[in-house]
Design a protein. Structure first.
Length: 769
């Protein structure tokens, strides 16, 4: 029996890579300094894993931006628009241009599309495929990192994204071909990469095929068989660990077991039941099973007693030689190290394990399962048992009032008083907004000034009063600026928030938060997900102070701004001792009370953001309806406590809507703002095909780019919207919040947006006359 790890966080234990990348992008450091930082992080990560006792250590899990983009570079899959940069730039600059766009030296290249990595809050760069797509071994990163690790004496295992998943993660950019057919061009190059690694001395390689957890067609399954049969034929000596995670193999199990490879990895945290299915499957031959038993997606301590039983079951059937121990997935999704947390309640802290602690869990479980007996192991086991017993009975977790209230909710709590048609009429009368009302999604630029202010306040260098006075100043400036530009529905700007989820976590009961629990979200951007450890309650106002302050300083409508229950759930580390639905409803009740409090404080328009509704979808379609039913209900529970005249908005981004549009409609928000500009309003098709009844603000420009959209461009997008939506239902807004932007471009872009709306109004009224 042995252990291995699937991947380690790479942003740096103190976010060194984030800081170095951002410094490099703004020209504050040179390339070699960035490369040095990266090397230090890799060495440290490998050392940490080896010291912990990990036997096979992943390499090429490091990335400067994203591992899927790394694969595109390795395969020479560089979209045509970046070709001119190939000769003039270092490969890393070319890589960053693909990730972030490039506006310099006379170039205006847009970034490649970014989307969610399965059901995580990590975003990857979507590979592009064209007709007659070709590949060649271009990137050198995996070879260099493998050599680097070997030279340092680590037992290194290269990690690659599987050829099939790589194709399925991508997008056809031309018509007239299917990305699956591209496999004939891809496979020879992929095999060449494996051969090179073997020549370099690789014995094991980990190939990630997370698409094996998704619903696949027969054709797609055939491609899996074709690819791995060919790989075995061409590189017979190289031993393959096939990793699938985030869900069951499900209907793909027979296929997975049919593939000629040495180790099959299972996520036993997300899908414990599949162990029995596999152990009794007729296709199970001589493979080793890698048991993904330590949760790579959450921060709870592993339950050793329970895990040992599971491992024993596998050992009984296969023998110790054919059982490996591992985390469920890459530890990319876990924060670095619990030891950095000095302020966490010690009672809660003893229930937790971050990436570094998870390594120890993997190692300890392997030793215990092998039957090793030492005083340290016995102590580790007893401590683990103790921590779990404490968690089961802790008074911190259970709040009878919350449980009682949840028991008492009834059907009416999920519905507004009247139907949308009635509400719309009342709201139009009350607000008297012009046609195509303009608004923004909530946040304004989180400048270094604002963040430093908060950092100083948290360190105690600023008093509460000093901090609030500065935040008031920023809010007032944003208000008067919005008035000047002529926006119709204003926002307060979210300057008081570190993050749209963490901020609420800090104010609610049942949440704990960390000082350094950073997890990469995309590129250099990180989040610190709060930890939901107990029943959730709202014992104080969450946003009333800032929304009512802002409303008092303008005659215009000030939109209240809250994060919805599903998004708070999805972007937190959630408890694993009760159903997600239960937790979502508890959060929903807290948000419901805040919505009502905002209304009582005179706020007439309230936005409840739910950008993570789509991301929460289970990977297998069979589980969709169950999830969507409770997710929609959680939103409705949060939103339905107000009068008909109060207008509820919601906002979503990074989402496809076609296959869930009826559920989006069932949320019954008066207004929904969505991201649509990057797809040039394509996303609206779902809304028009379904005849989505409520008001919609299709985003008119991409906020991820500093590029300023012209008035003509915005009007063109809006004209598309007017062709398919009733005019009186259309709002005008950007794709998402503006916190990652600078004021310079924000001001110009919003001025153009308001002007576009004004021109459109005039054109429409001219037609009417
Ligand atoms: N949770 C979450 N998930 C999300 C999103 C989101 O907004 N929130 N948006 C989508 C895209 N993802 C995003 C994720 C993060 C960021 C982002 O801007 N993150 C910031 C951190 C935000 C934050 O928590 N800031 C804190 C702490 C900031 C900090 O690092 N402070 C410095 C000091 C200040 C400085 O010099 O900058 C320090 O402590 O060292 C604050 O403002 O208080 C970053 O990585 O830079 C943006 C988008 C999808 N998923
Ligand atoms: C990721 S959705 C962001 C919504 C939030 N209100 C903001 O403007 O930042
Ligand atoms: Zn958004």
């Amino acid at each position: 029996m042995q252990n291995h790890n699937l991947g380690y966080p790479r942003i740096g234990s103190q976010r060194e890579l984030k800081k170095a990348c951002e410094a490099y992008w703004t020209g504050k450091i040179l390339l070699n300094e960035l490369l040095e930082t990266a090397k230090k992080i890799r060495t440290q990560n490998w050392q940490t894993q080896q010291t912990a006792g990990i036997e096979l250590i992943p390499v090429n899990d490091f990335s400067f931006y994203d591992q899927v983009l790394d694969m595109s570079l390795l395969l020479g899959n560089i979209p045509d628009r970046y070709q001119p940069l190939r000769s003039t730039q270092s490969n890393l600059d070319l890589y960053f241009a693909m990730a972030r766009g490039y506006q310099r030296d006379g170039y205006d290249l847009t970034a490649m599309e970014m989307t969610k990595w399965f059901d995580t809050n990590y975003h990857y760069i979507v590979p592009e495929f064209k007709k007659n797509q070709t590949f060649q071994v271009f990137g050198t990163k995996v070879f260099e990192e493998f050599a680097e690790a070997k030279n340092l004496g680590f037992n290194a295992k290269p990690v690659l994204i599987g050829a099939v998943s790589y194709l399925l993660l991508g997008k056809e950019k031309d018509k007239g071909f299917s990305k699956l057919d591209v496999i004939d061009q891809l496979l020879p190059v992929y095999i060449e990469i494996l051969q090179k690694l073997q020549v370099q001395g690789a014995v094991w390689v980990q190939i990630d095929e997370p698409y094996l957890a998704m619903d696949l067609t027969d054709k797609e399954r055939q491609v899996f068989v074709q690819v791995y049969t060919e790989i075995k034929k061409q590189v017979p000596q190289l031993k393959i660990i096939l990793a699938n995670y985030f869900d069951c193999y499900g209907d793909n199990l027979a296929t997975a077991l049919q593939l000629p490879l040495e180790v099959l990895h299972l996520d036993l945290v997300r899908c414990p039941s599949q162990l029995d299915d596999i152990l009794t499957h007729k296709n199970l031959d001589s493979q080793i099973l890698s048991l993904g038993i330590v949760d790579g997606r959450n921060i709870w301590k592993n339950d050793f007693e329970q895990s040992l039983q599971v491992i024993q079951k596998a050992v009984d059937k296969l023998g110790k030689e054919r059982v490996w121990i591992a985390p469920s997935c890459s530890l990319l999704h876990s924060p670095y190290d619990l030891d950095f947390e000095q302020k966490l309640n010690p009672e809660i802290k003893q229930w937790l394990a971050f990436a570094k602690q998870k390594l120890n869990e993997v190692v300890t479980l392997t030793k215990l399962a092998k039957g090793e007996k030492t005083p340290e192991l016995e102590k580790a086991l007893q401590e683990n048992i103790q921590a779990h017993q404490n968690r089961k009975t802790s008074t911190l977790i259970h709040n009878p009032k919350v449980k009682e209230r949840l028991q008492g909710i009834c059907e009416e709590d999920f519905s507004r008083q009247s139907s949308f048609v009635v509400r719309q009429a009342l709201q139009k009368k009350r607000f008297k907004l012009p046609l195509f009302p303009t608004t923004t999604i909530g946040s304004f630029p989180q400048t270094t000034d604002v963040r430093q202010l908060r950092a100083r306040w948290k360190k105690g260098e600023l008093t509460q009063a000093q901090y609030e006075a500065e935040i008031e100043k920023a809010t007032l400036e944003a208000i008067s600026w919005q008035e000047e530009v002529g926006l119709d529905v204003l926002v307060h700007g979210e300057f008081e928030r570190n993050d749209m989820v963490e901020y609420f976590g800090e104010l609610l009961e049942g949440f704990a938060f960390t000082e350094n629990g950073w997890v990469q979200s995309y590129g250099s951007r990180c989040v610190k997900p709060p930890i939901i450890f107990g029943d959730v309650a709202r014992n104080k106002d969450l946003s009333v102070r800032w929304s009512s302050f802002a409303q008092k300083h303008t005659k215009k409508l000030m939109k209240g701004m809250l994060t919805g229950p599903v998004t708070i759930l999805q972007w937190s580390f959630v408890r694993n001792d009760q159903a997600r639905k239960e937790t979502a409803f508890q959060i929903a009740l807290a948000i419901r009370d805040e919505v009502i409090a905002l209304e009582q404080a005179g706020i007439q328009v309230i936005q409840i953001d739910e950008p993570a509704i789509r991301e929460g979808l289970p990977l297998g379609k069979k589980d969709w309806t169950t999830y969507l039913d409770w997710a929609v209900k959680a939103f409705r529970l949060a939103a339905s406590g107000v009068k008909d005249e109060t207008q509820i908005h919601t906002h979503m981004c990074y989402s496809e809507f076609n296959d869930i549009i009826e559920h989006i409609a069932a949320m019954d928000a008066d207004v929904i703002t969505i991201e649509t500009s990057r797809s040039a309003m394509e996303l609206l098709n779902a809304f028009t095909a379904f005849k989505y009844p409520n008001e919609i603000g299709p985003g008119v420009y991409d906020i991820h780019s500093p590029r300023v959209p012209s008035v003509a461009e915005i009007k063109q997008l809006l004209n598309k919207a007017t062709e398919v939506l009733p005019l009186e239902n259309i709002w005008v807004n950007p794709d998402c919040g503006l916190k990652t932007r600078r004021w310079e471009e924000t001001k110009l872009a919003l001025q153009n947006m308001v002007q576009a709306a004004q021109e459109l109004r005039e054109e429409v009224s001219a037609v009417k006359v």
